[in-house]
Write a new protein. Sequence first.
Length: 156
Amino acid sequence: MVSASLNSAINPLKRNPMTASGRIPLAFLLAGLAAGIVLAVGVIASDLDADRLERVRFFASAFLATVSGPAIALLGIVAAAVLAAALRIRNVLYYVMAGAAIGLASSYSVDLSEALENTTDIVPIGNPLTLSATAGLVGGLVYWAILGRLTAGRPN
């Protein structure tokens, strides 16, 4: 017991400051944040003449108000993460493609075109599927950078 603590005190590089249980929520949080930033920039940039704050508020509240979008995204994220951990997938292409697929599935489940036509004068987003896939791709890349590349074990 004393030798183990002495060894970790001598060589601090062998200690892991963040365990896997701490890395998983961090990876989910930062991947979601990165995907959200991409979505926000895409929503704002799709119509530069409009009131930017109004567009962000409308699309954020509409996405969260439709329970199916976040639910499908969460189900897809959990399924992709569990599959990657079970099969010990470390390939960045898996995480990027899974993220893009989750973004597309979420986009298909939330159709805001009718809400836009009936309730507001906000112009619909140009290329919403491309924007959703790009946001998912970025989220998958961030998740891989934090957790996915270490799935099969820590590099020596």
